[in-house]
Design a protein around this ligand. Structure first.
Ligand code: AP5
Length: 216
């Protein structure tokens, strides 16, 4: 399966993409995670991306498209992938179409998570992330067993620099302006499925499996 998870910041794309990719044995390709790795490693890409990310703005299309093109060319992406956070603009979606054509691949589904802004702000401002394995927690909705430690690997939990409330609101308006047009883009191609993003994680996963035709 080749699937795109589409939705605003905090909709649960990362949480669900990780489970879906593990279930299908395909890579989760998360541009936000790739950029944060580059920032942590202090690469030229990371230095360029950081200023945009901290401001809640998008990293320039050309940079992101180059990153995804390299990733999709790796052998593990031949069997399928779950795209999480890409594409985010019409320019990126058009580039993905060209990349897929170039590899002789086609997209199977685009799944949109619908959820209101108030819930997104609550989720993002309470999110904590494991520095070692990337697992997400929430201080109220899914707290770790021990404060600031990951249940899975005992890594340290941290708050993302773009999860401060002002930056979250900026990210939501960037989503409305730049990413929402993709809903129509994929609807016209007959690829779009919409699921509610606000229920419990397990319920959202069930819906995701249903609309991707892979059932429990
Ligand atoms: P990125 O990392 O992709 O951030 P995002 O799209 O803003 O998405 P998030 O990771 O914030 O949310 P999510 O939908 O994955 O939700 P999650 O599962 O974590 O991008 C960061 C930045 O990188 C961008 O702002 C931009 O600068 C740059 N960038 C990345 N890709 C780019 C691109 N293609 N082009 C240009 N720039 C790009 O869940 C959120 C919280 O909610 C967690 O605490 C989680 O535990 C909790 N939660 C999840 N599901 C549920 C549920 N069902 N019930 C209750 N709580 C839940």
């Amino acid at each position: 399966m080749r699937v795109i998870l589409l939705g605003p910041p905090g909709a649960g794309k990362g949480t669900q993409a990780r489970q879906l990719a593990a279930r299908w044995g395909v890579p989760q390709i998360a541009t936000g995670d790739m950029l944060r790795d580059a920032v942590a490693a202090g690469t030229a890409l990371g230095r360029q991306a950081k200023q945009h990310m901290d401001a809640g703005e998008l990293v320039p299309d050309a940079v992101i498209i180059g990153l995804v093109a390299e990733r999709l060319a790796q052998p593990d992406a031949r069997t399928g992938f779950v795209l999480d956070g890409f594409p985010r603009t019409v320019v990126q979606a058009e580039a993905l179409d060209r990349l897929a054509d170039g590899h002789g691949l086609s997209l199977d589904r685009v799944v949109l998570f619908e959820i209101d802004d108030g819930e997104l702000v609550r989720r993002l401002t309470g999110r904590r992330v494991c520095r070692a394995c990337g697992r997400n927690y929430h201080v109220v909705f899914s707290p770790p067993a021990r404060a600031d430690r990951c249940d899975a690997c005992d890594g340290t939990l941290y708050q993302r620099s773009d999860d401060e409330e002002d930056t979250v609101r900026r990210r939501l308006s960037v989503y409305a302006r730049d990413t929402r047009p993709l809903i129509e883009y994929y609807r016209r191609r007959g690829l779009l499925e919409t699921i509610p993003g606000a229920g419990p994680v397990e319920q959202v996963f069930d819906d995701l499996l249903r609309v991707t035709g892979s059932g429990r």
